[in-house]
Design a protein around this ligand. Sequence first.
Ligand code: NAD
Ligand code: DAO
Ligand code: ZN
Ligand code: ZN
Length: 368
Amino acid sequence: MKTRAAIAHKAGAPLSIETVDLEGPRAGEVLVEIMATGVCHTDAFTLSGDDPEGLFPAILGHEGAGIVREVGAGVTNVKPGDHVIPLYTPECRECEYCLHPKTNLCQKIRGTQGQGLMPDGSSRFSLDGEPIFHYMGCSTFSNYTVMPEIALAKIREDAPFDKVCYIGCGVTTGVGAVVFDAKVEPGSNVVVFGLGGIGLNVIQAARMVGANKIVGIDINENKKALAEQFGMTDFINPTKVDNVVEAIVDLTKGGADYSFECIGNVKTMRQALECAHKGWGESVIIGVAGAGQEISTRPFQLVTGRVWRGSAFGGARGRTDVPKIVDWYMDGKLNIDDLITHTMGLDEINSAFDLMHEGKSIRSVIEY
Ligand code: NAD
Ligand code: DAO
Ligand code: ZN
Ligand code: ZN
């Protein structure tokens, strides 16, 4: 079939909206009509050329929602008409990782997904007979895409695509880090570095689980009002205090029970670790630092009880947990609507990247 898609022909160039060829689903695969997709920093990172694993030409996008239109041989988990969210972290429920209680990093199709290919080692997308790479196993910047069935979360049919697409990455990453990975307890003092599309979801999840102080840290004062609306109780602009770690320790009377780094900066990762409470404070790295960067601290910070850990896709097991997060949104426990600051058609997708780089959007959503 033919489908409209935004193609990343090469690093650093704008996406090109074209009609591409899409082969139908093979065994274990599913054709999905993408109804809406968010535009995330990771798409921009890959498009910029800074992603050492970036492949071109590719169809980017990994934060979508859509409808199953056709299934390949042997598919049992979804059927045509089902509403789904594509998962860049799949859940096969049978690999060593899926069977381990401490991780969500299913490895069943990791090798081929990282090579921009379907699990059988080939691409379903092509243009003028030349293959185009898939991206993060999703390629939601195409109106139709082909996904492995283990990488689709079936969701309720009354959930609006233009909102729940954000659960495909940003919402789950922030909310899941609090709920599934850190398992923040009621009454905890939580510190959030970076009040963007991820940090605001950490904040609203901290409020949802009953955190006490929720301290936001950002160099951009304009982030304060929205963060307060989402549950932030205190704000610190690091450029306006002598020492941000000391300011946090003073404010929380000893340090954070949990801190979350949602920037991707190795300096703020160190601050997030060092503002954690002596004896028990846990610091969770969510931000993705540039290629080759390294974190550091004095080992005595860990000897004296602080814990440093990371979180990918919020620790969520996608097929199991994403439908729950959709329910939390539909039940009014999570606010997604106010984080979607811009919506546009596929033809305007390059302006979504501009808005992101200018710091003017929290999330832009493309509606097909
Ligand atoms: P964003 O740009 O919307 O937000 C970042 C915020 O950090 C901004 O508000 C900015 O003003 C602030 N900031 C920048 N430098 C700062 C500094 N030195 N001190 C304090 N504040 C500072 O980004 P986002 O969409 O929220 O993404 C955050 C990070 O999460 C990115 O690195 C992204 O790649 C990563 N991410 C991780 C996962 C995962 O599974 N671990 C998933 C998605 C995104
Ligand atoms: O299993 O080795 C692996 C890869 C897991 C990928 C997890 C993604 C982490 C965050 C990247 C940003 C996503 C938008
Ligand atoms: Zn993302
Ligand atoms: Zn698995």
